[in-house]
Design a protein. Structure first.
Length: 202
């Protein structure tokens, strides 16, 4: 199912697309960077859940024969249903990147952390690219199928001009275990501000 936003305003500005034009190679590079940031966020969420399940940790006493070991390679999530969009919301050639995806961690890693096997995670990540090409995270929303009552997942609908000022905002569908609603975010610098948040319904 595809959702298409529509705003009724007889005196509003002319509709416009907020798509940021990229060459295929540039898009692949940015997508790779966003997936790397998303992987970090998924791992952090898994560590948080594992810590909550384990309870308070006992202090670890260093061994007198402790040797420095090479850091293990970070566990890579398996991403599914990846959607990646790039917008120019202010028509100033400043790209805003939005990635949403589902992810699962390898079962071996979830078993070690005593997490439910094959636990699906959902992430929405918004970042802004500066003039040097560096990405600055504006929103990281990570949840999982067992905690939608605490952290609803976000599904990007599109960029819209919600208040008629010519500047685009990000329209998301917010989904919890009790239903869904809509939220409109404005990107200012490296932060998102909610302009509208509807109540969840069935």
């Amino acid at each position: 199912m595809q959702r298409i936003p529509a705003i009724s305003d007889a005196n509003g500005p002319e509709p416009q697309a907020y798509t940021y034009d990229l060459k295929p190679e540039e898009e692949r590079q940015l997508r790779t960077k966003m997936l790397a940031l998303a992987a970090d966020a998924i791992r952090a969420r898994a560590q948080q859940l594992a810590a909550e399940m384990a309870g308070p940790a006992e202090p670890v006493r260093p061994s007198p024969r402790h040797h420095q070991r090479t850091a293990a390679k970070p566990i890579q999530p398996d991403f599914e249903n990846v959607q990646f969009r790039v917008f120019d919301l202010s028509n100033s050639n400043e790209p805003v990147l939005v990635l949403t995806a589902n992810a699962r961690l390898p079962q071996s890693s979830t078993a070690r952390a005593k997490l439910p096997p094959d636990l699906p995670y959902m992430i929405a990540l918004v970042a802004r690219q500066d003039s040097n090409g560096d990405l600055h995270k504006a929103l990281v929303n990570v949840t999982d199928s067992q905690h939608l009552d605490v952290v609803p997942r976000l599904e990007l609908i599109d960029a819209v001009d919600a208040d008629g000022d010519g500047r685009g905002e990000l329209l998301f569908r917010q989904i919890s275990d009790s239903g869904s609603g809509f939220v409109v975010y404005r990107v200012i610098g490296d932060q998102l501000y909610a302009l509208f948040q509807g109540a969840s319904g069935s």
